[in-house]
Design a protein around this ligand. Structure first.
Ligand SMILES: C[S@@+](CC[C@H](N)C(=O)[O-])C[C@H]1O[C@@H](n2cnc3c(N)ncnc32)[C@H](O)[C@@H]1O
Length: 298
């Protein structure tokens, strides 16, 4: 599609949905304007995918953008004028990543935006969804590195008897996630706090299910983090993990080279893998593989 045609198509889609999805249309208009100046290629790819998707994705965009505006206590214009952290250096130092990235207002918002159309984020959600039926009434969950709280809310929305606790290293994520849970009316069944996955504030054998989704690669020693997750998991309890392979980003303090290395990690800490999926995603900068696993503490 030619750039000018794309503009016209987007504009007419926006106009036809302005009443239905005001936040979504405003979001995409601002995003399109930004496109012109900065990120033409990347955003065209994403927006073109949205144009081809059925109406439900517009509804989804509308809901997510309005959730983000609520959590960030801002309007669309403020969302787009947010400062994007760009001070990360290649030193891969945990404290530097924490203060320059995780503890910024932008970080949970950026992670939350991924749930509009970033395929790896949608796959995480789909993998968790696939296994909900295994969990019982009154299941006690623990969400490690909950980030914006999208998956935390998603879990709580499945069953009114489920409870969740969780830690994230970022106080900005905690604030964002708690506002999201409050908006979704599930806050009362949650206890989230600032904490480190390497040293959890819970007794042994506490949880039926522990989720550590795209978090263990953010610490230098994922094995220690997973062993700590095992400590707080009841015997017979489940762990849901997602770990990328060959995605050496600056905030990733450990790089997995192959899916087999990920599988070996589960085995090493004594987990029995029940379901293991690998998916390849093509990004502009190259492709990478994400792995999704459900394991049990035998
Ligand atoms: C890529 S995000 C994943 C968020 C969420 N699990 C999801 O999939 O939407 C990684 C999260 O891990 C958190 N994190 C990084 N290191 C951590 C640590 N040592 N302890 C707890 N949380 C950590 C970050 O603050 C961030 O919110």
């Amino acid at each position: 599609m030619l750039y000018t045609d794309f503009g016209k198509t987007l504009e007419s889609r926006l106009r036809s949905r302005a009443d239905l999805y005001p936040h979504a249309t405003e979001y995409h208009r601002v995003r399109f304007e930004q496109t012109i100046h900065h990120l033409l290629h990347a955003i065209l790819k994403q927006a073109a995918a949205l144009i081809q998707q059925p109406d439900v994705s517009w509804k989804n965009t509308e809901e997510i953008v309005s959730d983000i505006l609520h959590c960030g206590e801002m309007d669309v214009a403020q969302l787009f004028s947010l400062e994007i952290p760009n001070e990360l250096t290649a030193d891969r130092d945990f404290e530097a990543v924490k203060t320059k990235l995780y503890e910024t207002k932008y970080y949970p918002i950026g992670e939350h935006l991924n749930y509009i159309s970033f395929p790896p984020a949608l796959e995480r959600k789909a993998f968790i969804h696939k296994h909900f039926s295994r969990f019982k009434e009154k299941s006690h969950f623990c969400d490690l590195g909950f980030g914006p709280g999208v998956l935390t809310a998603f879990i709580l929305e499945q069953d009114a008897s489920w409870q969740i606790e969780g830690v994230d290293i970022s106080k900005d994520c905690l604030h964002h996630a708690q506002r999201l849970l409050q908006k979704k009316k599930v806050l009362a069944r949650s206890t989230l706090s600032v904490g480190d996955v390497r040293s959890l504030p819970y007794p042994d054998d506490t949880f039926d299910v522990v989720t550590a989704v795209e978090v263990l690669e953010h610490i230098p020693n994922p094995e220690a983090g997973l062993a700590e997750a095992m400590r707080v998991l009841k015997p017979g309890g489940h762990v849901i993990t997602a770990l990328p392979v060959q995605l050496p980003m600056l905030m990733h303090l450990y790089d997995f080279d192959t899916p087999d290395e990920v599988l070996a990690l589960y085995e090493k800490v004594g987990l029995q893998v029940v379901d293991f999926e690998t998916k390849e995603f093509k990004l502009q900068a190259g492709s990478f593989t994400d792995t999704f696993a459900l394991s049990v503490n035998p």
